[in-house]
Design a protein around this ligand. Structure first.
Ligand SMILES: *[C@@H]1O[C@H](CO)[C@@H](O)[C@H](O)[C@H]1NC(C)=O
Ligand SMILES: *[C@@H]1O[C@H](CO)[C@@H](O)[C@H](O)[C@H]1NC(C)=O
Ligand SMILES: *[C@@H]1O[C@H](CO)[C@@H](O)[C@H](O)[C@H]1NC(C)=O
Length: 145
């Protein structure tokens, strides 16, 4: 009994892990410019478990000078995109050949140069036959130049 529930918990954890997204681009410490566009590539590596995408939010937070950025779960900053997420296998060969979607977003012109910014991607999907909700936030730190 105990063993069985351990296994079902473990397989739930595996499902949840397998459905998570990754920020394909930009990489950590990529330079961005106030008022300029950049591409955010959101990857969702392919799995056998079915899942239904609900939405993602791409947001950017100006970090305090000489200070630590707050956790994305406490402060997302400015939402640059909020809406549907529909990752697809790329039709031509790309450096990261997994289901992905590119979003072109713009750095707010109010962002100060020589400081850091935190890019966060918030993701909600429904996983499996239940289904159960999967909620996660991924982040990278960027340099405003
Ligand atoms: C941001 O992402 C990194 C991994 O890329 C992780 O180590 C870190 O904990 C994340 N920061 C927050 C505040 O979630
Ligand atoms: C998304 O953008 C990246 C970086 O510019 C590029 O390498 C990749 O091919 C693009 N993917 C798609 C599906 O257009
Ligand atoms: C940014 O930093 C560089 C060198 O660290 C400095 O020369 C430049 O004046 C700074 N720019 C601003 C806008 O603070």
């Amino acid at each position: 009994m105990k063993l069985a529930s351990f296994f079902s918990l473990a397989s739930l954890a595996v499902c949840a892990f397998a459905q998570t997204i990754e920020i394909g681009y930009p990489n950590h410490n990529t330079h961005i410019k106030p008022g300029k566009q950049f591409i955010v590539q959101v990857n969702r590596p392919d799995t056998l478990t079915s899942s239904q995408e609900v939405a993602i939010v791409i947001s950017l937070l100006q970090c305090p000078k000489n200070g630590h950025c707050p956790k994305p779960s406490d402060d997302l900053g400015i939402a640059l995109y909020a809406g549907p997420y529909n990752p697809q296998f790329p039709t031509t060969h790309t450096p990261q050949d997994v289901p992905q979607q590119n979003f072109t977003v713009k750095v707010p012109s109010s962002f100060k140069t020589n400081e850091t910014a935190q890019l966060a991607v918030t993701h909600l999907s429904l996983v499996g036959a239940g289904p159960f909700p999967l909620f996660e936030i991924k982040n990278v730190t960027l340099k405003v130049q």
